[in-house]
Design a binder for this molecule. Structure first.
Ligand code: DGL
Length: 282
């Protein structure tokens, strides 16, 4: 069914979307590299985690989120969520965007992560820790194979890691148990792994624990810096889109949860007080 959106052609902020707090690990690197732009961050905290949900549900929730960001004037939206990038990005790009506004853009974060992996691994054996949805989608092995057919990829789903982050339980004993278990599982499947991609934007918030249970000779790859560099390059190569991104250095944070809860937890991560608005997605 075709659906028209009443969208303005004016310049607007860059939209950054995640199922919850995880996208803040991407936002903070983007903001560091590109401080001059305006941003709207949207976390669908009321419906997180996405990682255990079906393709249809992740697609529908992501679609609602992108539509909201478009309605707030964003011309460019980054899905700072691997699960949404794996399960919803292609359909939004191919089916929804042509109907809503073919000039707007939605970009994912799996491709920019994968592009740098060839230079990082020496053994050509790479592990991926991610949500069940991302692992089952096979997006990482498929994308890596396209660019680096010689790299062997092994994935491990970590379904409880996102709830640990969302519930502010990263320092509890349970976190140690589940982090150790999944890191050991992954490494038991391929002892030649020398690089692990943290393929969920929530996982950098568990970085110290993951480092603790991963042998020192294995590199841990987070996504923020690669995604930020790729966005900078994209805006340089697409000056027509750059012109449609406002540059006032402001960020508005939105959540589907209560603003107070999001603000308290996000402020700890971002190390600054922020203004938050609660929104309803439909
Ligand atoms: N942060 C998201 C990701 O990168 C998803 C977390 C979730 O909601 O399960 O995959």
């Amino acid at each position: 069914m075709s659906e028209m959106l009443e969208l303005s052609k004016n310049a607007g902020p860059i939209g950054i979307f995640d199922s919850g707090y995880g996208g803040l690990t991407i936002y903070s690197e983007i903001k560091k590299l590109l401080p001059q732009y305006d941003y709207i961050y949207l976390g669908d905290n009321a419906r997180t985690p996405y990682g255990t949900r079906s393709f249809d549900v992740v697609y529908e929730f992501t679609r609602q989120s992108v539509r909201y960001l478009f309605s707030r004037g964003c011309q460019l939206v980054i899905l700072a969520c691997n699960t949404a990038s794996a399960k919803a990005l292609r359909t939004i790009q191919q089916v929804d965007l042509p109907q809503w506004d073919p000039n707007r853009r939605v970009l994912g974060i799996i491709r920019p992560t994968v592009e740098c992996i060839g230079e990082v691994t020496e053994s050509r054996h790479v592990g991926v820790l991610a949500t069940e949805g991302t692992i089952k989608s096979l997006s990482y092995p498929l994308e890596i194979r396209k660019l680096f057919p010689d790299i062997e990829v092994t994935g491990e789903a970590c379904p409880l890691w996102v709830p640990l982050v969302e519930n502010n339980e990263v320092n509890c004993e349970g976190a140690d148990y589940f982090v150790k278990r999944h890191v050991e599982n992954l490494l038991s499947h391929d002892t030649l792994i020398d690089t692990i991609i943290l393929g969920c934007t929530h996982y950098p918030m568990l970085f110290d624990k993951i480092r603790q249970y991963t042998p020192n000779n294995i590199k841990l790859l987070t996504q923020g810096a690669a995604v930020a560099a790729s966005l900078k390059d994209y805006l340089y190569r697409h000056p027509e889109m750059d012109d449609l991104c406002t540059k006032g250095g402001e960020t508005l944070f939105c959540t589907t949860e209560t603003d107070g809860k999001f603000g308290d937890q996000a402020s700890v991560f971002l190390k600054q007080n922020i203004q938050v608005k609660t929104v309803i997605l439909e």
